[in-house]
Ligand binder design. Structure first.
Ligand code: IPE
Ligand code: IPE
Ligand code: MG
Length: 234
């Protein structure tokens, strides 16, 4: 299932994506922003499918940041509605593909409906052994680090090193992302996986998220494969 373009070199174990540009996609069509979010759901399906086919271990999707609450109320509630709808409608397809689901972020602050659908979906998919789909929901990298430190203090741990810190991050069970993709051209991290991206290869494409398809993902992975990762070595 590996296309010729990607043969011969190791694939990333963990891909993380900042799915950006939904608003601009809608605006360029004279549509309200929520239409862009809706259109983006097709790109989510495709990214999950392709990562599954390639045998990628984990895919983290940045779906809602801790800063996104600052958006107009109507957009936030439309996004939350879309999320809970996606969680309930996609679960059987995800199950067929063997996807396991997890979520990172301050999940307790999400609307009850979203939390409910999330818990149901995670539970339904919990014994699958294929791609780990990790949704970053109400996620902020700084908040995650603060939460980890508070857990560590609470446990009475007196000395912290990188290993301990990693263990108390939301992503404790995942390898660090090897490749971080951001769509729609912005050259910034926007509070995404600050700790985990330390040595990730970054790939920014001008393609807007709702236009992001299989070929774009292949291109991003091919670019990753052409990089020389040094991890500080010579
Ligand atoms: C990303 O698209 C989706 C979320 C942040 C939830 P945006 O809504 O940020 O789209 P732009 O950046 O305004 O185009
Ligand atoms: C990052 O995109 C958050 C998500 C994709 C969920 P934003 O559109 O919120 O980021 P900024 O505001 O451009 O930095
Ligand atoms: Mg944006």
């Amino acid at each position: 299932m590996i296309p010729p373009l990607l043969k011969g070199k190791p694939l990333p174990r963990h891909i993380a994506i900042i799915m950006d540009g939904n608003g601009r996609w809608a605006k360029s069509r004279g549509l309200p922003r929520i239409f862009g979010h809706r259109a983006g759901t097709q790109s989510v399906r495709e990214a999950v499918k392709v990562c599954g086919e390639l045998g990628i271990e984990a895919l983290t999707l940045y779906a809602f940041s801790t800063e996104n609450w600052a958006r107009p109320k109507a957009e936030v509630s439309a996004l939350m509605g879309l999320l809970s709808k996606m969680l309930s409608t996609e679960v059987s397809e995800l199950n067929k593909s063997g996807v396991r689901l997890m979520a990172v972020g301050r999940l307790h602050e999400l609307p009850a409906k979203v939390r409910g659908e999330l818990e149901k979906a995670i539970d339904k998919l919990k014994s699958n052994t294929g791609l780990i789909l990790n949704l970053a929901l109400n996620y902020g990298g700084r908040q995650e680090i603060a939460d980890a430190v508070n857990k560590i203090i609470h446990l009475g741990i007196k000395k912290v090193d990188e290993k301990i810190l990693s263990k108390y991050l939301y992503t404790a069970d995942l390898p660090d992302p090897d490749l971080m993709i951001r769509t729609s051209g912005e050259m910034r991290i926007s509070n995404f996986l600050l700790y985990q991206l330390a040595y990730a290869e970054l790939y920014v494409t001008p393609t807007l998220w709702p236009d992001f398809r299989r070929e774009h993902l292949y291109q991003a992975i091919a670019s990753f494969q052409a990089r020389e990762r040094r991890f500080g070595g010579a």
